[in-house]
Write a new protein. Structure first.
Length: 314
């Protein structure tokens, strides 16, 4: 794999490893002023937004997707080089990489609100921007509920509360529709699933991760659901012992064929049900791994892989 591809993939994993704290939001709070609102971001920080946000900068792909899903793209004046969805986001000004936001470029855009990502990556940028009087919401959702909260936060800050409420309701309906279908399955019909986030060394998902939530919401059973971590390293022997019926992995820039082929030559894997039944699926990492407004689609598509008999025609 080329060095650039490795760097991008590892950067994605690093971003996923950074968990966020619970959050909430309020229209009144300490430090509030007339015409302003105080919000509590996903790191539990109180942030004063002075009036309605009209010039927004997004420092993470998930936040960019939220802005577009709320129809606020006209208020978006800067994104990172990794903000690749929707396609029209490519027309926006680039203000650096996800791990290295360009403070000068951000300031030049004269934002009144910056949507930061992982706190450990953006901590210095947040401090420097707030020193210049710019409101910064740190949003790195790691659960379905935190995605809903992030959507609501942006909706309140940008005077789009009704749109945020409608978007959350739409996603909830998508997920509920999937769960109503999978609820008809008997216990012995529920497929066991191994998700390989990275292959060297193998890294999977524990019960604290967003991907675990997607698998469970789609009606599957994560074989490492007993591990109290986000993204644990696992041994090939442990995977073989747990014998998953389905294997999922992200397609990182054309690696699908390479990854699938090497599964079949791993020691001790020849007896795994997923290999015998050829139930190895490559998924879109942006849609599947990225906590954001497309998570309802990810859950729906994953459920259709698990139980095609239930979702023919959807």
């Amino acid at each position: 794999m080329r060095n650039g591809v490795k760097r991008f993939a590892l950067l994605l994993i690093l971003a996923l490893l950074l968990a966020a704290a619970p959050s909430g939001c309020t229209k009144e709070g300490k430090g509030g002023t007339a015409g302003g609102i105080t919000l509590v971001d996903l790191m539990g920080r109180e942030v004063l937004v002075d009036g309605t946000a009209e010039r927004i900068i997004s420092l993470s792909p998930g936040n960019t997707e939220i802005v577009y899903a709320l129809g606020l793209e006209d208020k978006l004046f800067g994104i990172t080089e990794y903000c690749n969805y929707p396609p029209e986001a490519a027309e926006k000004e680039i203000v650096g990489g996800f791990d290295e936001p360009n403070i000068e470029a951000i300031l030049a855009a004269e934002p009144d609100l910056v949507l930061a990502g992982a706190n450990s990556m953006h901590k210095e940028a947040v401090t420097r921007l707030e020193e210049r009087g710019i409101s910064v919401l740190v949003m790195d959702p790691q659960t379905v509920e935190q995605v809903y909260e992030a959507i609501r936060l942006v909706g309140i800050a940008a005077d789009a509360e009704a749109k945020a409420k409608a978007l959350v309701s739409d996603i909830e309906r998508q997920i509920t529709a999937v769960q109503e279908k999978t609820a008809t399955l008997a216990d012995d019909q529920v497929v066991t699933v191994y998700y390989e986030l990275w292959y060297d060394p193998p890294m999977s998902v524990g019960n604290l991760s967003f991907i675990h939530e997607v698998i469970e919401a789609a009606g599957g059973k994560n074989i490492f659901a007993d591990i109290e971590k986000n993204y644990p390293e696992v041994s090939p022997e442990a995977v073989a012992e747990r014998n998953p019926q389905v294997i999922l992995y992200p397609d990182e820039h054309g690696t699908a064929e390479l990854v699938t082929a090497q599964y079949y030559i791993r020691a001790g894997w020849s007896g795994i049900a997923a290999l015998k039944d050829k139930r190895i699926y490559c998924v879109d990492p942006d849609r599947f791994n990225r906590p954001g407004p497309r998570m309802g689609c990810a859950i729906e598509e994953t459920a259709a892989l698990f139980y095609p008999q239930l979702f023919d025609g959807r």
